[in-house]
Design a protein around this ligand. Structure first.
Ligand code: 5AD
Ligand code: SF4
Length: 432
């Protein structure tokens, strides 16, 4: 989501600025921020502090903060960091050019942190085609209406708004025709509720079907799916539409019904398990990944064991696990039964070691198999190898007779399984 917003800002800036790989030489620094968890937020504060000295050396330097923390803290940031010139919230960043004009006419600092419920987010495309690339993110909705009790997103990204289907389709067509994109990832906090609040909008399953009709686009991914809104119609599209990748990120968060209720997740462990079973029945080779929060307020050892139990039953391909942290504005922040850091640490370690075993076995099950890989380019770890992903979103690094195969679909024989990737060798080209 953040990467996608940063890209939009680059497009909005057009020729005004040129991107530099050397931040110490920049005339404009824009820090995009995430406040979903405590850790990335802290990282941001140490970053902003550092730009103070740089401003002393280069008084023309403009420093801006955008994204969730900008939205969350607004003007408060100026008290701690008076060297910030602009604060652009999650809708405010679309007004970057206006902000720069205000600053150049001496009106600093600029703070754009309005959050409108009927916000129409503009279609932002590059002013000239960018470099050719294989994959791209396309945001299909903004905000969230779910109010999970631990989560800051509804407060910093506002209510859920779906983009018009025509705009989404136009953006993807542009990416395919002008930049050579072959795979798009449709983004939203809860893509399964796409279009539900609008009259005459397709639902998410129908949107996927419409996107899949775009010529030259080969693969479609999407994230994130809320388990409560995962319906059979969508499961069938995933299973039956050849362009839709066989992967779903389905955040479980916790395995105990008591904790799920306090998290306001609106599903039970039984319902979650039932959906996974149905999904696998319809689409046996689907890769399922999830998010887990350990140490939610009041989580007992028994509750936690129920999370481990689901991990054993479902056998997710990969999980992203986090220690619960208090976030501003949220209901859970006000719960009194917080757990000590040591308990959260210990539970996180147990989740990691159980999952490491499961992932290892899943990765090893691909040994000797042939998988389809969309080549993304040269592997960053080994310049003699190519890298890409299988339909299940597994990273595959492999040797090939040529290295200029980015953007082609190839068949790879898997010869080794690592912790988070597979290794193999090129067998054949399937599509160019
Ligand atoms: N503490 C820990 N993890 C959190 N997440 C969201 N809010 C919190 C929080 N307060 C995690 C959830 C979510 C992922 C994006 O971040 O697992 O799915
Ligand atoms: Fe946060 Fe829940 Fe919305 Fe996801 S569904 S963004 S966890 S409130």
């Amino acid at each position: 989501m953040n990467e996608n917003d940063s890209e939009k800002v680059l497009y909005l800036l057009g020729d005004l600025y040129e991107q530099t790989p050397h931040p110490e030489e920049a005339d404009l620094i824009l820090v995009n921020t995430c406040s979903v968890r405590e850790k990335p937020e802290h990282k941001l504060y140490s970053e902003i502090g550092r730009f103070k000295d740089q401003k002393k050396r280069n008084p023309g330097l403009i420093v801006g903060v955008m994204g969730c923390v900008a939205q969350q803290e607004g003007e408060n940031l100026l008290k701690r960091y008076p060297h910030i010139d602009m604060i652009l919230g999650t809708q405010g960043f679309y007004r970057i050019r206006e902000a720069l004009e205000l600053i150049s006419s001496g009106k600093r600092p600029v703070v754009f942190t309005d959050l409108k419920e009927d916000f129409k987010f503009p279609l932002v495309l590059p002013q000239k085609p960018q470099n050719r690339r294989v994959t791209a993110y396309v945001s299909i909705m903004q905000g969230c209406d779910n109010f999970c009790s631990y989560c800051i997103v509804p407060y910093v990204r506002g209510r859920e708004i779906s983009r018009k289907p025509e705009e989404i389709l136009d953006e993807i067509k542009y990416l395919v025709e002008m930049e050579g994109v072959r795979e798009v990832t449709l983004l939203g906090q809860n893509v399964n509720s796409y279009g539900k609040k609008e009259r005459d909008f397709p639902d998410f399953a129908e949107l996927l079907e419409r996107v899949s009709q775009i010529d030259g686009l080969w693969r479609i991914r999407f994230t994130t799916s809320h388990p409560k809104d995962l319906c059979e119609k969508l499961m069938r599209v995933i299973a039956e539409n050849p362009k839709v990748c066989k992967h779903i990120h389905l955040p479980l968060q916790a395995g105990s019904n008591r904790v799920l209720k306090r998290m306001n997740r609106k599903y039970t462990r039984e319902e979650f398990l039932e959906k996974v079973e149905k999904l696998r029945l319809l689409c046996p080779d689907i890769g399922i990944t999830t998010d887990i929060i350990v140490g939610f307020p009041g989580e007992t050892e028994e509750d936690f064991e129920e999370t481990l139990d689901i991990l054993r039953q479902v056998r997710f391909q990969e999980i992203f696990s986090f220690k619960y942290s208090d976030r501003p504005f949220t209901t859970a922040k006000r719960f009194s039964d917080k757990l000590p850091e040591s308990v959260k640490e210990e539970r996180l370690k147990r989740v990691h070691s159980l999952q490491a075993e499961i992932s290892k076995e899943i990765y090893r099950s691909y040994l000797g198999k042939e998988v389809e890989v969309l080549v993304e380019g040269i592997s960053s770890k080994d310049p003699q190898k190519l890298t890409g992903r299988s339909t299940q979103n597994l990273v595959v690094n492999f040797t090939a007779p040529r290295l200029d195969m980015a953007g082609t679909l190839v068949k790879v024989l898997i010869e080794e399984a690592g912790q988070h990737s597979l290794r193999g060798r090129y067998l054949a080209t399937l599509q160019v």
